[in-house]
Design a protein around this ligand. Structure first.
Ligand SMILES: [Zn+2]
Length: 175
């Protein structure tokens, strides 16, 4: 999905123009009312959803980006949520599993230059407390993997690869 620059002012409807409003920052500006469009990266949250046997839930993605590859249950934050609520909701929607959110694993920012998209992903550790795995929104399959069964090339996103690397290191250090 390519991000399209807004063309009209959301305040007064006038056509926007590109203008250098700060040094090195060209932004869409409304010449009629002065409104400036600031485009800030969206925030997403996800979980390492661990079952009692130490295996974690991954979802097979049915939609692009990353169609046919695996990922952590994750998604974008809604306006009325906390990050923990986002992580919990996305996990339930994509896997059918209810999780209890644990410690913060880490925060990763991403930037895809060709698409002009960027964002921030916050990953929590979590414990599966209820539910049976079933595919849901964006996912076509849910599967529990042992840590040594997960390989980088199966994963859709570099942020998920890095989060899983960190989780592996933590888990090994704890043994
Ligand atoms: Zn305007």
């Amino acid at each position: 999905m390519t991000r399209v620059e807004p063309k009209f002012c959301e305040r007064c409807g006038h056509a926007l123009v590109q203008r250098e409003v700060e040094e090195n920052h060209t932004r869409p500006v409304c010449p009629a009312c002065g409104f400036i469009v600031y485009r800030n990266p969206p925030t997403a949250a996800g979980v390492i959803a661990e079952r009692a046997d130490g295996k974690i839930a991954l979802v097979l993605r049915g939609e692009n980006p990353g169609k046919g590859l695996w990922g952590l249950p994750s998604g974008f934050m809604e306006i009325d949520e906390t990050l923990e609520q986002t992580a919990q909701r996305e996990c339930l929607e994509e896997t059918g599993l209810t999780v209890e959110i644990g410690a913060l694993l880490g925060v990763w920012s991403f930037h895809h230059a060709p698409k002009g998209s960027s964002g921030v992903l916050v990953v929590y550790t979590a414990r599966v407390i209820a539910g049976e795995p079933r595919a849901g929104s964006d996912s076509v399959q849910v599967k529990f993997y042992a840590l040594d069964e997960i390989h980088d090339e199966q994963l859709a996103f570099s942020t998920h690869r890095e989060a899983l690397q960190q989780w592996k290191q933590k888990t090994r250090a704890a043994k």
